[in-house]
Design a protein around this ligand. Structure first.
Ligand code: HDE
Length: 682
């Protein structure tokens, strides 16, 4: 294909530029380009008379408005996306002929959409749920979509059960309650009666399901895919995204509160980071397995409820993705982007994972209803950056004007073009896996162990993570009305860990499980968030200050936070400026009325000399809440003296220090730690 343009990191942006329209400063016209002299009053028969049918402008404006909405995604309705680029670190030609995985000088444009799964478009960001992590690579060989989640396994093994799963976790159909939550009867009834969900449930009950930020979560392709090289040799592969900032989470109480305080917390966090040039980065990792090793494990590698423990099959880091540009228009880009794991490039192929196979059908099908027809690939955000030619024609909203008479293959009138391309010249050819078997509706014996890896996950958790999982179970099941469902769930999770099931039973008032337990003793350190990267970058500190503070000292601390890539906001009694005792002026971002501790990663209590009971009360509440969420708290001088009197003064992660040269590094270290779990809450 000699008319293929070599990709470059700007190729998508250049293509989008062609479609951008700036209405600012322009004359108002109808959609037909007619300049209009009036846009405020409809055409009436007399000033107080009825509106006239003749008013084409009124009709056009209202009709367009009436049709502004399209169906939200049936799952992953709430999402947020950004543009970026991907660069491979090293040549992967040994495993794959995919061009974007070979040349480390090539930057491939990407578009990534993060999402929650369960809630509707207007639901809160901080809910307990898996997060979608879908990446579209605009490669020079066509679009490649890696449509993953932030959890490496799935609830079910076979795609035919997906509608059942989704019906069960969505709000219940009689009253459409609860929104964006699995804490209800139908979900847990599904779980107890479809026990292949056990492993995924452990992840969903863990802190992975309440990520601190899209910038701080992993991504997983979930399925086993295939990489195929130029010689036609294939390897099995699992894809991973590893965030440079590490994997970090909220605590549950905080996540709840955030849903009210700022339902847009995650999208705001991503948008702001990109706007200030603090670009989120993720490394691409692969676990590669020779085909000969397909049956080497005590699980089936085609089963999407299983991971390949990283200690058994190491993750090789092969490239990096940087998100560096926000969208221009949410609807045009984020809402209209259409992902599909059937969008592959030569060198990447599928396996017989029955979940993967079913997804290959569902994604195009869903775009047909959502985007209204088969031409969604022509929507700017979905267009490949390389040319595309075939004999597909017509349909709703066709943009392309295909020239000539010929729209069929084979033909002689157009020299039999568009012509298929041989694999040697870059054409996709399906990997010739040998398959044979009887037509059956059945689950393979090798898919029937639902609990060993759920126990592996449990064994790999730190005591703190275990307690969070236990609490999450108790929370969820406490919202279930049916005692029978509660009992079934407890009995089911006794197969994962007896102690866990007993504790849940004890807390929700059902019988302890009669039998159960697991003989799996293995653990996988890579699964625990306690072992993740810890950095201060991109964290946000609440700086609490009142009149009469030490201006020079505060400036030093704030500058030091900035130089560690830590953001801050100043909170005081009133908006405007707050004045130091040396005359310093500091702009106030928020009052206690307009913000809350859950919006920050840490608190710096500066205080000041002013004596104000209301300030003291508000600050105490703010700091105590941050304390109960295990967040770092720092204070110097006035703030320190005030905090010392409080019982939290001696706790881990509370940095009280007058000497700012000592204070700053200690506070930054405390911020990097994310949470101070060894803190005693009374
Ligand atoms: Fe999806 N999924 N899914 N899914 N999924 C959709 O496609 C589906 C599954 C994932 O930001 C839908 O365009 C089936 C696993 C993401 O636009 C739909 C099955 C994983 C997104 C669909 C699964 C995912 C979707 C709804 C079971 C992780 C959002 C709207 C076999 C690897 C993409 C749409 C975006 C979206 C079907 C299971 C990830 C209906 C049938 C496993 C990230 O086609």
């Amino acid at each position: 294909m000699n008319d293929r343009k070599k990709g470059n990191e700007n190729s998508k942006n250049e293509q989008l530029e062609f479609f951008r329209v700036d209405d600012r400063g322009k004359k108002l016209t109808t959609n037909q380009g007619l300049k209009m002299s009036e846009d405020e009053f409809s055409l009436k028969a007399g000033e107080r008379g009825p509106t006239l049918m003749e008013d084409f402008h009124f009709r056009e404006k209202l009709t367009h408005f009436d049709h502004e909405r399209i169906p939200e995604r049936v799952v992953h309705a709430r999402g947020f996306a950004a543009h970026g680029e991907f660069q491979v670190y090293k040549n992967m030609e040994k495993y794959t002929k995919a061009k974007f995985l070979q040349d480390s000088s090539v930057k491939t444009p990407v578009f990534v959409r993060f999402s929650t799964v369960n809630g509707s478009r207007g639901s809160a960001d901080s809910v307990r749920d898996a997060r979608g992590f879908a990446t579209k690579f605009y490669t020079e060989e066509g679009n490649y979509d890696l449509v993953g989640n932030n959890i490496p396994v799935f609830f079910i093994q076979d795609a035919i059960k997906f509608p059942d799963l989704v019906h069960a976790f969505k709000p219940e159909p009689d009253n459409e309650i609860p929104q964006a939550s699995t804490a209800h009867d139908t979900f847990w009834d599904f779980v107890a009666n479809n026990q292949e969900s056990a492993h995924m449930i452990m992840w969903i009950m863990s802190d992975r399901a309440i990520p601190r930020s899209f910038r701080m979560m992993e991504g997983f392709g979930v399925h086993t895919f295939r990489l195929v090289n130029d010689d036609g040799k294939a390897h099995f592969v699992k894809f991973h995204w590893k965030p440079i900032l590490g994997v970090h989470s909220f605590v549950w109480d905080e996540a709840h509160e955030l849903a009210g305080r700022d339902p847009d917390f995650h999208r705001r966090d991503l948008w702001d980071a990109i706007e200030r040039g603090d670009y989120p980065e993720y490394e691409l990792g692969v676990q590669i397995l020779p085909e000969e090793d397909e049956f080497k494990f005590n699980f089936d590698i085609l089963d999407a409820t299983k991971i390949w423990p990283e200690e058994d099959v190491p993750v090789e880091i092969i490239g990096k993705m940087t998100l560096n540009r926000n969208v221009d228009n949410f609807f045009a880009e984020t809402e209209q982007v259409a992902f599909h794991l059937g969008h592959v490039v030569p060198g990447i192929d599928f396996t017989n994972d029955p979940l993967l196979q079913g997804r290959l059908f569902s994604y195009t099908d869903t775009q047909l209803i959502r985007l209204g027809g088969p031409n969604f690939h022509e929507i700017p955000i979905n267009r490949p950056v390389c040319p595309f030619h075939n004999n597909q024609r017509d349909g709703y909203h066709r943009q392309t004007i295909n020239l000539g008479k010929v729209s069929y293959h084979r033909n002689s009138l157009a020299g039999n073009t568009p012509a298929p391309v041989s694999p040697e010249e870059g054409g996709f050819a399906t990997y010739q896996e040998k398959v044979e078997g009887r037509k059956v509706r059945a689950r393979s014996e090798s898919f029937k162990d639902h609990f060993s890896q759920a126990t592996l996950f449990w064994n790999s958790m730190s005591p703190v993570e275990k307690s969070h999982i236990t609490e999450a179970f108790v929370f969820e099941l406490a919202h279930v009305k049916s005692d029978s469902v509660k009992q079934q769930v407890v009995d089911m999770f006794a197969n994962v860990n007896l102690e866990l099931a007993r504790t849940i039973a004890d807390n929700i008032g059902v019988n302890p499980p009669k039998s159960g337990g697991s003989n799996v003793t293995k653990s996988s350190p890579a699964l625990s968030q306690m072992n993740t990267v810890k950095k201060p970058n991109g964290r946000k500190v609440a700086v609490i200050v009142t009149e009469g503070y030490n201006g020079a000292e505060l400036k030093y601390v704030l500058d030091s936070l900035k130089s560690n890539d830590i953001q801050y906001e100043v909170i005081s009694e009133k908006l405007g400026n707050v004045t130091g005792r040396d005359g310093a002026q500091l702009k106030v971002d928020h009052t206690f009325l307009t913000t809350d501790s859950v919006l920050y990663d840490a608190v710096y209590m500066v205080r000041g000399s002013a004596k104000n009971m209301k300030f003291n009360r508000d600050a105490a509440r703010f700091i105590y809440e941050a304390f109960t969420h295990y967040k770092p708290i720092g204070a110097t001088h006035d703030g320190k003296d005030w905090l010392k009197k409080d019982k939290i003064g001696n706790s881990p992660g509370v940095v009280l220090e007058d000497d700012v040269n000592r204070f700053v590094p200690e506070f930054v270290k405390a911020i990097s730690a994310h949470r101070h779990w060894d803190r005693q809450l009374s």
